[in-house]
Design a protein around this ligand. Sequence first.
Ligand code: G1P
Length: 306
Amino acid sequence: MFQMSSMASKIKTAVLPVAGLGTRFLPATKSIPKEIMTLVDRPLIQYSMDEALAAGIEQFIFVTSRGKNALEDYFDRSPILESVLVERGRDDLLETVRDISQDSGRIAYIRQHSPLGLGHAVWCARHLLGNDPFAVILTDDIIQSDQPALGQLIEIHNETGHSVVALTEIDPTQSEHYGLVKYSHTDGSVVAIDALVEKPPPTEAPSNLAVIGRYILTPDILQSLNGIGQGAGQEIQLTDAISLSITNGYPVKGLLINGTRFDCGSKSGYLHATLAIAASHPTLGQAFRRIIRDLQGPHTQPTGQS
Ligand code: G1P
């Protein structure tokens, strides 16, 4: 669990686009939202929530779609469950369950009626965003780090007042899975971005620095979202709107994140995250590492089976 950042943050609101159908995880996602799937001992969405709360976020806008009601229930109070846990004297579980439920009004749920892209999902939140900078968290991207990745971005935003996007270095052959940045200047891990390109083929990639799912955006982005059409994959791309903001004179920084990012949008990335998080888990880690060692050994059958 992250420690609360001591630095006062101006970023109080986070948008979480969670409208995706999760088709890569069918059949599980036929009846539950992907964000509720368990990663070791918590639903995927809880990781984003914990990271955001640790970075000082106070209000959340979930951009949802049909079939995502389980997300609202997850963050709601659960009176019957809580009274059963009280009766059974399970104070530990009671505390866990109560910690998850957020105060009334802290999470707003709005719907994206059609899957028109990440930029469109953020645009759906426009009436709730006002004129303040805000965060965007893509829940598929799990980032293991000492300081929450969002907190790292907020520090750079507080220093510069600019939009800041999270970056990582990628294998250039993977460029078609990411938004990539064009830049000419870096200062340590901070990159002055000239433009962004969504999912280019390797031959057209402007660099090997890719955007990962954490953004601090200044409100000009909503204007830019109004001014762009469909981009890569025939979707309204957030990347294109950020690029347009730069063209319109709003500087954007990239920050190479100090941490490890897992892409839980793919089965292999999800398994990788499961292994890494389980192996470093404070209570399950030791036993889990033993299981992995045993699986790697010559005898992979559990004891007692032939
Ligand atoms: C989205 C963004 C892309 C970014 C990626 C990071 O793509 O559009 O720019 O690099 O998230 O995970 P998606 O993975 O939703 O296709």
